[in-house]
Design a binder for this molecule. Structure first.
Ligand SMILES: [Cu+2]
Length: 177
């Protein structure tokens, strides 16, 4: 019975954690705008983007939009053939691939005024050096399941969190179950 309760808790915790990446609001408090000369290059440089993270563009849809474009289009502020267009004013884009993701506002003049952002997503989940070799995304997916029988390609920070919650769950179960 103890084992069952613990297993249930662990599954609950892992499923909640693996479904949520970090959320990055573009421009932070300023949002997605031409007002105040927000430096989106600088904003992006302060963030670490990983696969599974969510990029949120907040803006007034009367005045702006979000277009994902190629690198060439990004450099030229060319909004004529976007890969994808978002217009809700509260667009959440989940990152599913590594590398650069280029976004600009398609309203004439806005990209030229600086309303453009390059989201560079890391190939590996790990950015800080760790004592054990950091597994690549593919290796993590194919790695043998841990002893509890759950394989999940979690980020390192999530793993630490899961370990903490698992320890708490174990303590809870051993006291109350
Ligand atoms: Cu705009």
């Amino acid at each position: 019975m103890k084992t069952l309760a613990l297993t249930f808790l662990v599954i609950l915790v892992v499923s909640v954690q693996s479904s949520s990446g970090a959320v990055h609001k573009v421009g932070d408090a300023s949002g997605w705008t031409t007002i105040g000369n927000v430096d989106y290059k600088k904003w992006a440089a302060t963030k670490t983007f990983q696969i599974g993270d969510v990029i949120v563009f907040k803006y007034s849809p009367q005045f702006h939009n979000v277009m994902q474009v190629t690198h060439a289009e990004f450099r030229a502020c060319n909004a004529s053939s976007p890969i994808a267009t978002h217009t809700t004013g509260n667009d959440s884009i989940t990152i599913t691939t590594p590398g650069h993701h280029f976004f600009l506002c398609g309203v004439p003049g806005h990209c030229q005024a600086g309303q453009k952002v390059d989201i560079n997503v890391l190939r590996s989940a790990s950015v800080t050096p760790s004592p054990s070799p950091a597994p690549a995304a593919v290796d993590a997916a194919e790695a043998p399941a841990p002893s509890i029988g759950i394989a999940s390609p979690l980020h390192d920070s999530n793993r630490r969190f899961v370990k903490l919650v698992m320890a708490l769950a174990l303590a809870y179960v051993s006291v109350f179950a």
